[in-house]
Design a binder for this molecule. Structure first.
Ligand code: ATP
Length: 485
């Protein structure tokens, strides 16, 4: 694709060409705001989610005072009792102001008019053509509505969840009662969310169906600011660790007038995607106070408070002999209280897209004839690369394919790896470069003589000869150490 083609178009074309991302229902003309992940994309996104889960639930970071942090996972239903959404404020409140154009029938977010495009040619902002006829901004509910059961009436209305967080809040008591967690602790969830976005655009960035990776961290009110700062910084660093190392990534603290009424702190991890001159949100880290648990307590009539038994055991002696005072004390702070919540809420699709944009590179590399040519290479961090290594026989004879295939079969028990026998070796390298495979391993004539194979590094193009019996440990070293970068 010509170098003058805008970068974002080149990235979208690569995503299609290499099987990362396809338009949903493409053979029927697609459907706005929905995307499908192909064989490469599904691996990439799985690796993103796997890395998040591993770093949150399986092996969480060490806390601000050097203590182990405890986080458990859940997987709640996509459709919940509609009362959940009344309590959370989504029914009624979850709407963006929108503007319709009576002339071209397009719909725009009122707060994004200046960065939107009118479908009429030449492209301009809505309202800038003579024919534009914009309505006043109106509220538009973003929740997808459906019906549960055979009868479609007001009583059977339900919603596809617009976020995973509420599934966590409504299970707070279940988790507390069934696992041995103690405040401070977190509950994490990864799953699909749905928002009927007015103006889905910018590839997968603003979709109508997307995946979120959310964690609600429940802590003592006094320690909430400490945990807020901890999660804000930890989450920002997580993206750096997974390859967003450029100055296109930033952490932005919200100004006081941007905060929700219940929040005392919010920061966005933002990325400068190629489709916009402005930084865009990848993840929001919010201090939510005890808003959500308060709302669900009120609406459900259930007590969602936390009792700090450890603290009570320390103090119980003070109340010895005064059962009434003890009973009263146990019902109040500091023993019983609603925990404050710190919420890091990330998007798996926006993260995947940022990693794709950051990885996309065009450089110069020699072709099969030794001439330099432009190559497209996806410089993914090895931890998230869809394919970790590819095995090639240099030629399809002299027993080389058999040796390469045996190595491939051994390696695939541990990693997602590829085996490719088709075309000149340079073309095979190019295919793996576009998929972002960090290492290519070639079996050649030397292998027959001394058992060594060539390992080529995607980024440096350096080739190293390694004995075939050491290839797995060589890979383990590179891929395992990548986890703790
Ligand atoms: P925006 O202001 O961009 O609409 P938001 O502030 O409403 O996003 P949150 O409700 O905080 O987003 O959701 C948490 C995360 O979920 C976001 O940081 C983002 O990564 C992801 N997300 C939200 N909406 C979408 C969407 N329409 N498409 C893809 N990902 C989304």
């Amino acid at each position: 694709m010509a170098a003058e083609t805008p970068l974002m178009e080149r990235i979208v074309a690569l995503c299609k060409r290499r099987g990362f991302i396809f338009q949903s229902s493409e053979i029927y003309g697609g459907i706005g705001g929905f995307w499908d992940y192909g064989p490469m994309g599904v691996e990439l996104k799985r690796n993103v989610k796997e890395a998040w889960w591993r770093d949150m639930v399986i092996n969480p970071p060490i806390g601000p005072k050097g203590e182990p942090v405890e986080i458990v996972g859940i997987d709640s239903a996509l459709i919940m009792n509609p009362k959940v959404w009344e309590a959370s404020g989504h029914v009624g409140g979850f709407s963006d102001p929108m503007v319709d154009c009576r002339a071209c029938k397009a719909r725009f977010r009122a707060d994004q008019i200046d960065s939107s495009q009118c479908p009429m040619k030449p492209s301009k902002c809505p309202g800038q053509h003579d024919k534009c006829d914009l309505t006043e901004p109106r509220a538009f509910n973003l929740m997808f509505q459906t019906y549960v059961g055979a009868v479609q009436d007001a009583a059977s209305v339900a919603y596809l969840r617009p976020e995973t967080a509420q599934g966590i809040f409504v299970n707070f008591k279940n988790v507390l009662d069934t696992s041995r967690v103690k405040v401070p602790f977190g509950i994490a969830q990864i799953g699909k969310s749905f928002r009927n976005e007015i103006n889905p655009r910018n590839f997968t960035f603003r979709s109508r169906e997307f995946e979120q990776m959310e964690m609600e961290f429940f802590c003592e009110p006094d320690e909430a600011m400490m945990w807020y700062e901890f999660w804000r910084n930890t989450r920002h660093q997580w993206y750096v660790n997974h390859g967003l190392k450029s100055d296109k990534l930033r952490l932005r603290e919200h100004a006081a007038d941007e905060l929700s009424h219940y929040s005392t702190g919010c920061a966005d991890v933002e990325y400068l995607y190629p489709f916009s001159a402005d930084f865009q949100e990848l993840e929001g880290v919010a201090h939510r106070g005890c808003y959500d648990l308060t709302q669900h307590s009120k609406h459900s009539g259930k007590d969602l408070s936390y009792f700090d038994d450890d603290l009570w055991q320390q103090d119980a002696a003070k109340y010895k002999g005064d059962a009434d005072a003890a009973k009263k004390a146990k019902e109040n702070a500091p023993y019983r209280y609603l925990p404050t919540v710190i919420e890091p809420a990330a998007g798996a699709d926006r993260t995947t897209l940022a990693l794709i944009c950051e990885a996309y590179t065009e450089d110069q590399a020699p072709n099969d004839k030794g001439q330099m040519e432009t190559r497209t290479v996806m410089r993914f961090h090895p931890r998230i690369a869809p394919i970790k290594a590819a095995f090639f026989p240099l030629v399809n004879k002299e027993g080389l394919p058999e040796i390469a295939e045996k190595m491939f079969r051994d390696a695939r028990r541990r990693y997602h790896v590829a085996f490719d026998t088709k075309g000149a070796i340079g073309r095979r390298y190019r295919r793996q470069d576009e998929a972002g495979t960090p290492f290519c391993i070639t079996v050649d004539g030397e292998t027959l003589k001394d058992g060594s194979v060539t390992i080529r590094d995607r980024d440096t193009l350096q080739q190293e000869r390694v004995n075939q019996s050491h290839v797995m440990s060589w890979l383990d070293e590179r891929l395992m150490s990548a986890k703790s970068d």
